[in-house]
Design a protein. Structure first.
Length: 178
């Protein structure tokens, strides 16, 4: 299998380095962008197989980036990184077509697992859990998987989540029916 291209978009260089380090053992080529506009330009010039993008950035945030991306590209999987578990923000991102999100701080193994699920060498299995729960380390805490966006106070400020957007839709039908 040829290397897949992963585009990391975050205005904080330490976070980009952290994400890159989390993917060091994966067969991916990592490309970095420090702004959403640079990310759009990079993806336009040489499309990524997966985009990992921060939600809160100056000039153009992750939500605006995603809206612009989806004008021309509805297929590239996107994982959003956020320090917020706000249901409204996550709900909007789901509507724009994300394939997952992680609450910061997150465990590197959790991100690597999600990347593998989306573009890795293993074919995606319909029965496979998309919450990041894996036997043997790297799993999110039970309160931080599907419930984290719906109840960030219960999950705690440092809990991570790799819940899929589908899990959030099931957890918050009233918000999605606007």
């Amino acid at each position: 299998m040829s290397e897949k291209r992963v585009l990391i978009i975050d205005d904080v260089s330490i976070i980009r380095a952290y994400v890159k380090a989390a993917l060091k053992d994966e067969p991916v080529q990592v490309v970095e962008a420090s702004t959403a506009q640079l990310g759009l330009d990079s993806h336009s010039a040489l499309p990524a197989d997966l985009i990992i993008c921060d939600v809160n950035m100056p000039q153009m945030g992750g939500e605006a980036f995603l809206a612009r991306l989806r004008e021309d590209d509805t297929d590239t999987p996107v994982i959003m990184l956020t320090a917020e578990g706000d249901k409204g923000v996550v709900g909007n991102l789901v509507k724009l077509g994300i394939q997952g999100y992680l609450l910061k701080p997150f465990k590197p193994a959790l991100l690597a697992d999600r990347v593998r699920e989306l573009i890795g060498p293993e074919p995606k299995s319909p029965g496979k859990a998309e919450t990041g729960d894996k036997p043997g380390g790297g799993a999110a805490t039970p309160a931080a998987t599907e419930a984290a966006p719906a109840a960030p106070a219960e999950a705690g400020a440092t809990a991570e989540s790799a819940a899929s957007p589908e899990a959030d839709k099931a957890a918050e039908p009233a918000e999605g029916a606007a």
